[in-house]
Structures are given as C-alpha cells and as structure tokens.
Design a binder for this molecule. Sequence first.
Ligand SMILES: Nc1nc2c(ncn2[C@@H]2O[C@H](COP(=O)(O)OP(=O)(O)OP(=O)(O)O)[C@@H](O)[C@H]2O)c(=O)[nH]1
Length: 226
Amino acid sequence: MTNKDNLDGKADNMLNPGKRFPGACHATAQRMTGIILSGGKSSRMGLNKAFLEIDGERLIDRVVRQFKSLFPEVILVTNEPLLYLDQDIPLVSDIYKKKGPLGGLYAGLYYASYEYAFLCACDMPYLNVEFIRYMTERIDGYDIVVPETSEGFFPLHAIYSRRCLPGIKNLLERGDRLKMTGCFKGMRVFFVPESVIRTYDPDGTMLLNINTEEDLKRALAFRQRR
Ligand SMILES: Nc1nc2c(ncn2[C@@H]2O[C@H](COP(=O)(O)OP(=O)(O)OP(=O)(O)O)[C@@H](O)[C@H]2O)c(=O)[nH]1
C-alpha cells in the first residue's frame, strides 16, 4: 500500500475516526500522523504563542511546514478554528474541553488516521526534523516514545499510539488539568536518553518551548549566537 492510497482514504477516515489503514505494522514517519496542539490560553505570554514570529516566520507556520515534510497526515487541535483557516490541514477541536494538553492529545489521537502520532506543542521554535525522524524509528514494540533529560520528560514532543486512548479518556473523566505523564501508566514507554538527545542538539535548543516574554527573548538570543 502506498502513501497515496493512504491519503485517498483520509477524508472518509476523518468521519470514521479509528478506522485503520491496513498494513501499518512497521511504523515510521511515513506511517504516522503529526498532531499539533494550539488550544491553550497563552496566559503567561498574554497573546497567542502560535502567532509569535522567529526569523520572520510564525511559530505555527514553522511547525506546520516541518510536520508536512515529515508526516503524510498533519492535524491541528485548536478550539479557535477560525484563527487557523489559512492552514491547509484538518482542524479539530477538543472533545473534552478545558483539560489542558492531555485533552488536546486525546482529540488528536481520536481523529488520527494512523496507529501512531507524533505530538508537538505549537510553541517550540527549534524543532529538529532529524531527531523527530530518529524518534519515529524507535516506536516499534512501544506505545510511547518520549525524550527524557535531567530536567524531566518532554511529553509535548513525543509519539503516542492510539492504544493510549482508553487510558487518557479515563484520566480526563476523573480530573481537570492533568499531567501529561499520567498517560504513561501501563503503557510501554521508550525514554530517549539525554546522551542521544545531546548528539542531535548540542546547544540544547530543540526541546525549548516558549511560555513567557523572557523565554522568547532567550530563544531569539540563541538564534543570534548560531
Ligand atoms: N488542544 C488543546 N491544546 C492545549 C490546551 N492547553 C494547552 N494546549 C497546548 O499545549 C501546549 C502547551 O501548553 P501550555 O504552555 O502548557 O499552556 P497554554 O495554555 O498554552 O499557556 P499558559 O496559559 O501560559 O499556561 C501548547 O501548544 C498549547 O496550545 C487545551 O486545553 N487544548
């Protein structure tokens, strides 16, 4: 089965979430959905982080461009679809509202056509396509692939199987703003070690996300030093 065959089934699949494309036994980026979350409040920044610009390109345009180069299907999860109509990708909204990023992950996985999806926040300016590809090649035999450093896990830059859906649903129905890592429980998780992360990212920028004005200044300063 080719990717073209996969995409031909896409529209139907969006109406019937969960329907599998046959033959998805060996997962790579070519057999994954890219899920971008842009459904937060950006309260610390005070304006929608997705529309901040770095190098003259908005963060949302950057991640959509990079994801399109990697994945045959890219979905944006937002609760303000009117702001993103210029993006040539499917827009979906949270099914469980006001639950934070875990709610966004649930909706993205629910609508994903592929068994695996790479999840990313909209506020990560220096994604490394090669590292993302490396992560996609680690998924076989696991349900989740997530980077881990001395700072902790990076669940907003991680791969999830649709097998996580029932566990996430259970969490969302029990709590409000939940820790992303709650969904690791009972799942087979591959933790990408810091030693590997540093080979792709010696200056420590690819997992940076922007929450505040200060973070933005730091991110721009990194850019100038490169
Ligand atoms: N779909 C969806 N995405 C969310 C939700 N909450 C946060 N996100 C996204 O998850 C990523 C990380 O969000 P945070 O920075 O933790 O939260 P935020 O609401 O954007 O920002 P703050 O209000 O400053 O905490 C960003 O890409 C957000 O757009 C949500 O409820 N639904």
